[in-house]
Design a protein around this ligand. Structure first.
Ligand code: ACM
Length: 710
């Protein structure tokens, strides 16, 4: 019991201050722990509250139009859903008696644009809330904030008294959805537009063509979808409906037609546009493919002029995205006609040939009244200054473009398909502290976009790959740079994630649906335990370790697992508490013991379930691993609790076992491994507590538990 004496006494001293600080601030103070996301530019809570009762009504002063009316209506219905109170229908005639008054100066822009004024202010007192905005879109943004302010207690629902002044930090806050790899039905897009609006995103980047599918109807070139889409595409009427739906919510729609590479699906119907004779088939794999449009063929420009003209008329946004990424030019290298053209016109390499292509494309787009946007590969210093660069390969190309006077949008850092935790995306900043850009250069950084690349998402899983992590990105793009506390972000994200469900998003609930199916409808508590502590492998390793095609069902355990395990984060927090907060050692220890026991015992139950569920066969090694980490953790916890340190053989054997568990299986990995390594190392290092401070000891454990850098 000696070492635990050290844990208790030494850690107690170091924690007294911290604990006292946390318990300060009683009773009647204004609310401060709000769950607003994104955090407004300025928030000041006051004492008092506006009760939300069944007589809750909204009045409008100033400009009122259909878009505003519909926006208010949607907000009121959501408030009803959340409170289970039935409110009066329609706008109230008398502003004095209304709970919420919306005061809008004017309509704003009829075609949503990057110049739109989205600012608003919200003043809530115990008598009334007043939302003021220059435009309808500003009012819509404020309504979302109003909804996020709702709280409840024994006295009922209420909005805390508050004064908010809000304006976005960046004008371009987007979400790309790739519907080329996998088609997503209209309902999926609509619910994601709703979610975007809820967190104040304002650009839907619609990635409409890929090697694996061409998804938008062309009346001029029907073979694009006729042969390139498996029948899964949007008609022009459907596209107009999406544009209208987005516009109602203050969201622009920027279409992308990715050329000259990523274009296999175009060539299935129109092989004559390609740089090799064909025939072409819709690509079913994932990766980078060779087919590319032939930039030396005049027919290609005629085709693009007609096609992009048609699209320019369909999509009202000022910008049209031409992709331009990942064209390796292998078909160009092998085509004698293209090689002859390059010699004849002194085009020195494929990059220069693509620049030539882009210059031609630019003229076509300008003729159709559009500004050209493309991935950072298209960036060339001699492009005109109204081209917009979307940076995916790193933030440096964005800064480089800005320095040369080009507008840019950051996506590097916001690749949500890479399955990184929200915390990582959250800290990626389009204009980080210490940026060397002048204010004039910085003004060219328009914002950022999360990218939902579609290789491994289906209508059933896509929400869980986008949400809730994209809400953290939305906050990065809207809120001041100084809003960057990761723990507080996660606290609010948990609340917002559940609120998104009222819009029909399935990111939370579909895991249960999928696990039930995998378990054949059986009781599957052990499977839920496993799914809660595994994450799909990061980056693009999924395809390497578990190859599939675009035709494969996305219904495996890896699809049910979610990117940023709450359970793993909670466990990491508890282990940290256990090792650094001695006064609460007992509490943490009990919680951790329960968790570890659950893992240990889930293993055998899972084995039995897997025997009857062949769809889960690939998860069998994970069942053993789950038991193993439960057991290892319990052993470590027992040493820590008893204050008896194990020998180095025990430590080495357990760390080696954890290394085996850390190897991905079924394209899944355990994000709790670092916490378990800490428990094992902490047990072994217990005697060191006698010779050092608790804080230094904690640091030492962390360092020793960190895996060696490869
Ligand atoms: C990209 O990820 N190739 C834009």
């Amino acid at each position: 019991m000696k070492a635990i004496g050290y844990v208790s006494i030494l850690l107690l001293l170091s924690c007294v201050l911290k604990v006292c600080a946390q318990t300060a601030g009683p009773g009647m103070q204004p609310a401060t722990r709000h769950h607003l996301m994104p955090v407004p530019a300025s928030v000041r809570f006051n004492p008092g509250r506006l009760a939300v009762t069944k007589s809750f009504s909204v009045a409008a002063r100033g400009h009122v139009d259909e878009r505003l009316r519909a926006g208010v209506e949607r907000a009121v219905r959501r408030l009803e859903g959340r409170t289970v109170l039935e409110f009066p229908q329609g706008l109230a005639g008398d502003a004095n008696g209304a709970a919420l008054v919306v005061e809008c100066k004017g309509p704003g822009q009829t075609v949503p644009s990057v110049e739109e004024d989205e600012s608003y202010s919200l003043d809530v007192s115990d008598k009334q809330a007043v939302l003021r905005a220059a435009t309808v879109v500003g009012a819509l943004r404020g309504l979302e904030t109003f909804l996020q302010l709702l709280e409840g207690d024994r006295d009922g629902y209420f909005i805390p008294a508050v004064q908010i002044q809000d304006v976005p930090r960046f004008r371009w806050r987007g979400l790309l959805i790739d519907v080329g790899r996998h088609y997503e039905p209209l309902a999926v897009l609509k619910r994601n537009l709703d979610a975007m609006a809820a967190v104040k995103l304002n650009v839907f980047h619609w990635h409409l063509s890929e090697d694996q599918g061409f998804r938008i109807e062309s009346k001029k070139f029907p073979k694009l979808t006729g042969l390139g889409s498996d029948g899964l595409f949007y008609t022009q009427d459907e596209a107009r409906a999406i544009i209208a739906y987005a516009s109602e919510r203050g969201i622009r729609v920027v279409p992308e037609f990715d050329i000259p590479g990523h274009s296999t699906s175009w060539l299935v119907g129109y092989p004559e546009l390609g740089s090799a004779p064909g025939p072409y088939k819709i690509e079913r794999g994932a990766g980078i493919f060779e087919p590319a449009l032939d930039p030396t063929n005049e027919e290609v420009y005629k085709f693009l002029d007609a096609f992009l003209g048609e699209m320019a008329a369909l999509f009202p946004d000022a910008y049209l995205h031409i992709g331009g990424d990942e064209n390796e030019g292998k078909q160009w290298d092998r085509n004698p006609k293209i090689q002859a053209f390059m010699r004849e016109h002194a085009v020195k390499d494929n990059r220069a040939l693509q620049t030539y292509f882009n210059q031609r494309l630019l003229k076509i787009l300008n003729r159709h009244g559009k500004r050209m946007m493309g991935w950072d590969e298209i960036f060339q210093p001699d492009l005109p200054k109204d081209v917009v660069i979307q940076s995916w390969r790193g933030p440096s190309s964005l800064a480089e473009a800005a320095k040369r006077g080009y507008d840019g949008v950051l996506s590097a850092g916001y690749y949500i398909d890479l399955i990184y935790p929200a915390s990582q995306h959250y800290l990626a900043d389009p204009l980080p502290e210490g940026s060397t850009l002048t204010p004039a250069e910085a003004a060219h950084v328009l914002g950022g976009e999360a990218t939902m690349w579609g290789e491994w998402v289906s209508p059933e899983t896509i929400d869980s790959r986008i949400w809730p992590r994209t809400a953290a990105i939305a906050e990065r793009l809207w809120s001041p740079r100084t809003v960057n506390d990761v723990d507080d972000m996660y606290r609010r994200l948990a609340v917002v994630s559940v609120q998104l469900e009222e819009l029909g998003l399935t990111h939370e609930k579909n895991q249960a649906v999928m696990l039930r199916r995998l378990a054949g409808g059986e009781d599957n508590g052990a499977l839920r335990t496993l799914a809660s502590v595994v994450e799909p492998v990061k980056e693009y390793r999924r395809y390497e370790v578990r190859p599939q095609t675009m035709l494969s069902p996305l219904t495996g355990l890896v699809d049910a697992a979610r990117p940023d395990s709450d359970a793993a984060r909670r466990f990491a927090g508890e282990v940290d508490g256990l090792l650094s907060d001695a006064p609460r050692f007992e509490t943490y220890s009990r919680d951790i013991q329960d968790t570890l026991t659950g893992w240990r015992d889930a293993g055998p139950q899972l084995e039995a379930l897997i025997d009857r569920s062949p769809g889960l066969a690939e998860a069998r090694p994970l069942a053993g691993d789950l038991s193993r980490i439960g057991t290892i953790g319990l052993e470590a916890l027992s040493y820590l609790t008893k204050g008896v340190a194990p020998g180095n053989e025990w430590r080495d054997a357990r760390l080696a076992a954890l290394e085996e568990v850390a190897k991905p299986k079924a394209a899944l990995e355990f994000p709790v491994i670092p916490s378990l390594r800490e428990l094992v190392v902490a047990a072994y290092e217990l005697p060191q507590l006698k010779t050092t401070t608790p804080a230094d000891w904690r640091k030492r454990v962390k360092q020793l538990a960190a895996p060696a850098k490869k």
